[in-house]
Structures are given as structure tokens and as C-alpha cells.
Design a protein around this ligand. Structure first.
Ligand SMILES: [Zn+2]
Ligand SMILES: [Zn+2]
Length: 263
């Protein structure tokens, strides 16, 4: 499986992806925003785009659909619940559906609500597992719930699905917000040495060259995956005394998300 990350160089800091079969060169494009960028990269690499996958219905993840379809005739795939909002969807996805690309790539659709109510992540299994997580999980952060989402659902997605993936799973999010998110983690947990180290490297890297992280690393630097951490809980209690002495993980997650909204 070949993965090409395409930096959109826009103010929202989007990442688009091509995933291609090593044998046939057939490719799926994930969350095309700028069709021209995606088509150019596919041509440079010798890939043939046959499918488009939108992780969810927001414009910054779908705006390139029409241009890619016009140029390639690719089929559009999205969560069945987002199909009417996106328009032109050929295949509505449900949990557990498998997307095949060429001869060698198999991607499992995960039903991952929270950022919106109809959001899919794609999971590649195998020796080098990879998660394409749209606006659900970001490097060192979590998607917001402002536009059709629900923080309680996002919590369920994190705890019941994402946190259970193998530690080595590579994380390919829909946006590059790493430094800002690490700053949030360090504000919660000033003593998190790994987050401080990651921050130094994030500041030294261009967004287009941002290092790919793993789930194992995310669990060490992402506050939204560290809900039992005493320092995080104590800091939240100062801000939200109503959560009490021993808030449950769901409350910690929802309050972290609330804090991050205005942070
Ligand atoms: Zn979004
Ligand atoms: Zn987005």
C-alpha cells in the first residue's frame, strides 16, 4: 500500500491523501479539497484514481469531488448518513464495510461519529496498520463538535474504537494542527516531557513535512487519550469545580473539549 499525503496549503491546514495499490497503481483519494493538486500528484506518481472517499460532509473534505470525478470518472464513497449532504455519492458506507483498491489494498470503514454524526475513518490492517481519521482524531488533539457534532459521541468513538487500535497504527488526520494541540496538552500537563519534545520537533518542521505519528505516541501526548491522568483531572477541576473529586472519563473528555473550544 502506497500513501501520498497532499498538503493543501490553505488556512484550514487540510491534508488530502492518495492510497494506491503497489501492483495495479489504482488509487483512492481521501478528502479531496483541491482537485488539481490531487490529480497532479496522482499523475506524477503514475496512479489511476478510481475512487474518492469523503470522511464526512464538510466542504473542506468534499470540494474537490466534482473536479476529480470529471477528470477520472471515479466513484464517490461516504458514510451512508452523509450521502445526501454531499451529493453524487455512489456507495454509502456502514460500519465494517470493506473498500478494495486495486489488488492489494483493503480498507475497513469505521463508523466514527462525534465531529459530525455521519463520519467514517478508514483502517488499513496488516503489518503497517494505518488510520485515516478525517476530523475525528488529530495529532495531539480531537476534532471540534461545532458543526453537527456531539462531544459525547466523540468520546465513545475515542474510547471504544480509536484507543483500542494497535499501538503501531499510523495516524493520518484531515488537518495539521499539531503544534497548537501540543500547546494545549502542555498547558494541561506541563510535566509531559514527550509532549515538550514533540513540540520542539513540530516547531522545527514545515506543516507539509509533519512527521506521521502512531496511536502509541498519541496516547502519550494527546490529552483526549489521557483521561485518567491526575494532572489533567486536577487542572480541569480548578476550572470546572462541578465535576467533583472523581469525574468519570466521559466527563473529563467532554470538559476537555469544552475548554479547548475557547482555549
Ligand atoms: Zn470537518
Ligand atoms: Zn476539516
Amino acid at each position: 500500500m502506497l500513501i501520498e499525503r497532499i498538503w493543501a496549503a490553505n488556512s484550514l491546514r487540510n491534508f488530502q491523501y492518495l492510497i494506491a495499490c503497489t501492483q495495479s497503481g489504482e488509487a483512492i483519494v481521501i478528502d479531496p479539497l483541491d482537485a488539481r493538486q490531487c490529480l497532479d500528484r496522482a499523475r506524477e506518481r503514475g496512479f489511476t484514481i478510481t475512487q474518492i472517499l469523503n470522511t464526512h460532509e464538510h466542504d473542506d473534505h468534499t470540494a474537490g469531488n466534482a473536479g476529480v470525478v470529471a477528470a477520472t470518472g471515479a466513484k464517490v464513497l461516504a458514510h451512508a448518513g452523509a450521502a445526501s449532504a454531499i451529493g453524487g455519492v455512489d456507495r454509502g458506507l456502514s460500519r465494517g464495510d470493506v473498500i478494495r483498491v486495486g489488488k492489494t489494498v483493503e480498507l475497513e470503514a469505521l463508523d466514527t461519529p462525534g465531529h459530525t454524526r455521519a463520519h467514517v475513518c478508514l483502517l488499513a490492517h496488516g503489518d503497517a496498520p494505518a488510520l485515516f481519521c478525517g476530523d475525528t482524531l488529530f495529532n495531539a488533539g480531537a476534532g471540534n463538535c461545532h458543526n453537527g457534532g456531539d462531544p459525547g459521541l466523540l468520546y465513545e468513538t475515542f474510547v471504544n474504537q480509536l484507543a483500542r487500535l494497535p499501538e503501531g497504527t499510523r495516524v493520518f488526520p484531515g488537518h495539521e494542527y499539531r503544534a497548537r494541540n501540543l500547546a494545549f496538552t502542555l498547558d494541561r500537563e506541563p510535566g509531559n516531557a514527550e509532549a515538550a519534545k514533540a513540540m520542539a520537533s513540530a516547531r522545527a518542521q514545515e506543516a507539509a513535512a509533519a512527521r506521521v505519528t502512531t496511536m502509541g505516541e498519541e496516547k502519550r501526548v494527546n490529552a483526549f487519550l489521557r483521561l485518567q491522568n491526575p494532572e489533567i483531572v486536577a487542572g480541569l477541576r480548578q476550572r470546572f469545580p462541578e465535576i467533583g473529586e472523581k469525574p468519570d472519563a466521559r466527563t473529563v473528555f467532554v470538559k476537555l473539549r469544552e475548554l479547548r473550544n475557547s482555549w
